[in-house]
Ligand binder design. Structure first.
Ligand code: GLA
Length: 391
């Protein structure tokens, strides 16, 4: 890969490390078409990898030292593979150390590397820059250690999720790491987050994605995320009294939930109603995509947003303003918040050729509603993780 960005990063690596990089590991960000807050309920998700990624240019070392330079954080970080330790002052480095920790836990003999890290996935925006860094880093460690192929894609995704849960301390599901690892150009991925089976779903030729970044603070996101997870667990516990066979909300139908709603408190019921209906919407979306019914896909996306706003309560005035701006344009099939919510991005499915009109409506309407200047991105469905030989 000799695109301009890679050339610039190669030159930067030479300046920083006074030697040449031999490999480049790439982890893309993602946008989720539908299936929000379903992954940690053993449910279904339908994300796509986007053409924005984090790249680790590297040169393997023969010892156990890892020397990193992050272009975006403009900072060096060094650690030894025999002395991994959470660093509360350099948060980005914990993702790298966490990956080293989880791979070592699996008995893999890692070697160190010199690495330049650089990305263009907007940070803290709900486009999974963390998963992109984890997947790029895992790919880098495996390559530096001559272990490419030692784990399959699903195993790498699981390892990356574990690093984030247990080393970084963020209680995320599997979706982001999975799509960053296993995404395919021109496709969405239907992931069954229980069995971890997945199916490629061709991205429709009559559809294009517009992503609107609210640039609104997500300060509530992590505490609310954990609270939602507990509420889902409370719902399962209540339902298990009458449905002993269920393990997760994935096993519950809308009819069952309605029948037994009095067993749980009304807030827990509304959280469960979102998850159960959202799982049904993901499968309905795949069916609609298979028959090229993009009007129906858009309707399902709109319904997903309403459910996330009203039942799951993870939208925000900024996200609502963003989807309204997107939907104001003829040629927008549907729009919804994407990712955990509370801020970050919304995604619209639009008719190809209408991307600029949707972007124009966002820049026109969204600042008036919120006093915040947004960012807008378009991206086709891109590939998952890649390892590129340089030089
Ligand atoms: C975040 C998490 C994912 C998923 C989404 C909500 O992106 O990292 O695992 O739970 O929120 O769908």
């Amino acid at each position: 890969m000799t695109d301009q960005r890679t050339q610039e990063l190669t030159a930067e690596f030479r300046r920083r490390f006074a030697t040449t990089p031999t490999l480049m590991a790439i982890g893309p960000g993602r946008v989720n078409l539908i299936g929000e807050h379903t992954d940690y309920n053993d449910g279904f998700v339908l994300p796509v990898a986007i053409k924005r990624d984090i790249r680790v240019l590297l040169r393997p070392r023969s010892d156990r030292r890892v020397r990193l330079y992050s272009l975006e954080y403009d900072g060096w970080y060094e650690f030894d593979l025999d002395a991994l330790a959470y660093d509360k002052d350099v948060l980005w480095a914990n993702y790298v150390q966490g990956i080293a920790w989880v791979l070592a836990e699996q008995g893999l003999a890692l070697r160190g590397f010199d690495g330049l890290i650089s990305g263009n996935v907007p940070r803290a925006s709900g486009l999974s820059s963390s998963a992109a860094l984890e997947i790029a880093t895992a790919t880098a460690f495996l390559a530096a250690s001559d272990l490419t192929g030692a784990l399959d894609g699903v195993q790498i995704a699981r390892a990356a999720q574990r690093a984030e849960n247990q080393f970084v301390g963020v209680n995320c599901g599997i979706m982001d790491q999975f799509i960053s690892m296993l995404g395919e150009e021109g496709h969405a991925l239907l992931i069954d987050c229980r069995s971890l089976e997945y199916q490629l779903v061709p991205f429709p030729s009559q559809g294009a994605l517009v992503i609107g970044n609210t640039k609104a603070s997500r300060s509530l996101a992590s505490s609310a995320y954990n609270e939602r997870r507990s509420q889902c667990e409370a719902g399962v516990a209540a339902l298990q009294r009458v449905l002993p066979g269920i393990r997760a909300l994935r096993d519950v139908t809308s009819a069952q939930l309605e029948k037994h709603k009095t067993l749980m408190d009304p807030t827990v019921y509304r959280r469960c109603r979102h998850v159960v209906a959202e799982n049904e919407r993901v499968l309905a979306t795949v069916a609609a995509l298979e028959r090229d019914d993009l009007a129906e896909v858009g309707r399902l996306m709109d319904a997903s947003h309403a459910s996330l706003r009203d039942d799951y309560a993870v939208s925000s005035p900024a996200l609502d303003a963003m989807v309204e701006a997107m939907r104001s344009v003829d040629g927008c099939y549907g729009a919804r918040l994407t990712g955990a919510g509370f801020g970050g991005c919304a995604v619209a499915l639009v008719r190809p050729g209408r991307e600029q009109a949707v972007a124009g409506a966002i820049y026109d309407r969204y600042p008036k509603a919120t006093n915040i200047w947004p960012e807008v991105y378009t991206s086709p469905a891109g590939p998952g993780a890649q390892l590129v030989e340089l030089a």
